[in-house]
Design a protein around this ligand. Structure first.
Ligand code: ZN
Length: 327
């Protein structure tokens, strides 16, 4: 299981890295609030008269550095705070690219998670996964016997890109939060009030949401995957029933805008859609289980498209398994 998780995390990292660095333009969602997409999980930042609050840092140090440069193009205010919504690498890996003197805030449980999951998977990727992948590509190139030279060009290109990705990946340094909290932490900065809330485990056991009170906008992070199959690792404290409960509760707060962890920014209905997905999946899995179907049969009879989801399809059977495990 552990090996599987590590390889999944590695795959997430690689995908995100491969797709990184297109033209990144912050999306303005309120007067002083911006969302940055395309560098791992969605990042948001709020500019106040006393400094800037950044929520999540992207995948890699260069992503964090990109956030710094994007912020500086809009304001002279310094970045004062970095909030981690949860422990996953595509939300915290960029922290090394942010200034040294910021205060990092996260849920109490993120500290152990960073130590037990992130540090371990980074070590594994650096010592094993990346070198193996690079050696494999090198072997494929050295032993290439095909007649199609474009294939060889592709392999070489892939090899060179992987070497570059590896160099950047090695710069990841886990930065631990200086401030942690259990249920609520309020940031009053300048004229802005920002609540950091933990409403229970769902995506992970350390998943918090950030509510920009002046605008009634929520950065729900990975408690909302817009339009795609959500990632759910039971080993990270993920729980489908908890997830459904948390987003259902948040939906009743009628937010003007919801910033998801992945996918496009939307309205309050994103919370309901996420809640409905887990409710429906749970009902469907339960029905099949009650009919005497095995977990493998259930996995074979349901798929992401039936729920209108596109993207992360490989995660769908894992969602089914997690739901099945809770019944
Ligand atoms: Zn996540």
């Amino acid at each position: 299981m552990k090996k599987f998780i590590l390889s999944v995390i590695f795959a997430i990292g690689l995908n995100a890295i491969a797709c990184a660095q297109p033209e990144i333009v912050p999306q303005k969602v309120a007067e002083n609030l911006y969302v940055v997409s395309g560098m791992g999980g969605n990042i948001s930042f709020l500019i106040t008269s006393e400094g800037v609050i950044v929520v999540d840092a992207g995948n890699l140090p260069r992503d964090g550095a990109k956030v710094v440069s994007l912020v500086s193009e809009i304001t002279n205010q310094p970045i004062k705070f970095l909030v981690y919504t949860h422990c996953h690498g595509d939300h915290v890996g960029g922290a090394a690219g942010l200034p040294e003197n910021i205060t990092i805030i996260g849920h109490t449980k993120i500290v152990d998670n960073l130590k037990n999951f992130n540090e371990v998977s980074i070590k594994n990727n650096i010592e094993k996964a990346y070198p193996e992948r690079i050696a494999k590509l090198k072997g494929d190139i050295d032993n290439f016997s095909g007649t199609d030279s474009t294939e060889l060009v592709k392999l070489n290109d892939q090899y060179n890109r992987t070497l570059l990705q590896f160099e950047e990946y090695k710069k990841i340094k886990i930065r631990y939060p200086k401030v942690t909290f259990d249920d609520l932490y309020t940031l009053n900065l300048g004229e802005q009030k920002v609540d950091l809330l933990f409403k229970g485990a769902g995506h992970t056991n350390d998943n918090i949401v950030v509510v920009y009170r002046n605008y009634n906008i929520i950065h729900a992070a990975d408690l909302v995957f817009n339009g795609m199959v959500p990632f759910l690792f039971v080993a990270h404290g993920g729980t489908p029933s908890g997830w459904q409960r948390v987003v259902q509760g948040l939906y009743s707060e009628n937010f003007v805008t919801v910033i998801p962890g992945h996918g496009a920014v939307g309205g309050n209905e994103l919370l309901k859609t996420q809640s409905d997905y887990f409710a429906r999946l749970t009902a469907d899995v339960k029905k099949l289980k009650d009919e005497g179907k095995s977990i493998d049969e259930i996995k074979a009879s349901l798929n992401a498209a039936m729920y209108g989801l596109k993207g992360n399809e490989h995660q769908f059977p894992i969602n089914v398994e997690a739901v099945f495990g809770e019944l």
